[in-house]
Structure formats: structure tokens, C-alpha cells
Design a protein around this ligand. Structure first.
Ligand code: ADP
Length: 189
């Protein structure tokens, strides 16, 4: 299996690049942010539990997030591989993902981090807000999400670096150019 983690701060382009990667490599895309938004939209029990946290730009507790992710992965038993997008966001999530994949006889192949500076992130999310109207794209909520990223999520990088699985790619520039860099990394695995 080809199991990738696409990693980066809010607005780094994870969703855009994931879409192109699933088309090219026929992978199943698991975006925890998309899954949570679907639960909220459908007003499920889980959706009701997490909607305020998400609207506020806070992380959802690990236990909830991990259970949701595993359930989604188990729905795709025939997958050739997965792209995990927005997950793991904490070291316990990364550990849980390793244990889960190991129990299925597989593992993370590689982690690609999209590097984008804060100024560019703010600019992109302001643009996105005009199109999607995500409540968590408001300026103060966005600041909270970027803080969560730099306080908590960034610690996931050394976890994968220690396993020799991390590659950083410049996330600023032409979408197709960035995609070409990603595919070069993946094709070298
Ligand atoms: P972003 O554009 O900020 O990367 P996402 O769509 O990935 O946003 O996630 C939106 C929100 O969903 C996050 O701010 C957080 O509240 C929640 N969320 C998504 N993934 C996770 C996760 N792995 N752990 C905890 N909370 C998460």
C-alpha cells in the first residue's frame, strides 16, 4: 500500500494537492476536517459534539478524532492506499495511526510537509473565505487555528523525522509545479 500523510498549516494547500494525488495514484482521501464538516452538516451526534470546538478553531479531542478516522479507513478495505489530510495533528494521533496501520499489516510510507509562511497563509484563507464561508475562517478563529498548528501540530514533524519518513516541499508557487515536486518525492519511495 501507499499510505501518505500530507501535512501543513491551515491554508497550505493540502486539500488541493490531495485531490490531484488521489487522481494520479488512485488513493482514498481521508480528510478529518471534511469528515467533521460532513457530520456537522448532517447533524449527527458526533457533529453536534464537535461543532462548537471547530467553529472556535480548537482541536477536537484525540479519542473522538482517532475513532472517526479508523471507522472511515475500515470502510475502505480494498484501498490501494490512503492520503491522510489534517490527520495526525498531535503525537498521540500519530502513534494511534501507526498502531492502527500496523494492525492491518501496513504502515505510513511517507509524510510530505508543505511549507508556507504565515503571511501567505493569511492571504490564501482570506481568499478562501470569500468562496466557502467557513465559520472557522474568520480572522480570530483563523488565528486560533494557526496557533494550534504551531503549538501542537508542529510536534508531529519530529515524530516522523525520527522515523526517516519526512520530506518538506515548498508550498508556495504554481499548483502544478508543487504537484510535480510531490510526485517526484512519491515516485522515489
Ligand atoms: P485546515 O484548513 O485548518 O487545515 P481542516 O479542514 O483540516 O482545516 O480542519 C478544520 C477543523 O477540524 C480544525 O480546526 C479542527 O477543529 C478540526 N480537526 C480536523 N482534523 C483534526 C484532527 N486531526 N484533530 C483534531 N481536530 C481536528
Amino acid at each position: 500500500m501507499l499510505n501518505l500523510v500530507i501535512f501543513g498549516p491551515p491554508g497550505a494547500g493540502k486539500g488541493t494537492q490531495s485531490q490531484k494525488l488521489i487522481d494520479k495514484y488512485q488513493l482514498v482521501h481521508i480528510s478529518t476536517g471534511d469528515l467533521f464538516r460532513a457530520h456537522i452538516q448532517e447533524q449527527t451526534g458526533l457533529g453536534k459534539k464537535v461543532s462548537q470546538l471547530i467553529a472556535d478553531g480548537q482541536l477536537v479531542p484525540d479519542a473522538i478524532t482517532i475513532a472517526m478516522l479508523e471507522e472511515e479507513a475500515d470502510k475502505n478495505k480494498d484501498a490501494r492506499g490512503f492520503i491522510f489530510d489534517g490527520f495526525p495533528r498531535t503525537v498521540p494521533q500519530a502513534e494511534a495511526l501507526d498502531a492502527f496501520l500496523k494492525s492491518k499489516g501496513t504502515a505510513i510510507t511517507g509524510v510530505i510537509a508543505l511549507d508556507v509562511d504565515q503571511e501567505e497563509l493569511s492571504r490564501r484563507i482570506a481568499e478562501r473565505k470569500k468562496l466557502t464561508n467557513r465559520v472557522d475562517d474568520d480572522a480570530d478563529k483563523l488565528k486560533k487555528r494557526i496557533d494550534e498548528y504551531f503549538n501542537k501540530t508542529i510536534h508531529v514533524l519530529p515524530y516522523y523525522e525520527a522515523q526517516g519518513k519526512l520530506t518538506r516541499v515548498n508550498g508556495i508557487g504554481d499548483i502544478d509545479q508543487i504537484f510535480a515536486e510531490l510526485t517526484a518525492v512519491i515516485d522515489s519511495y
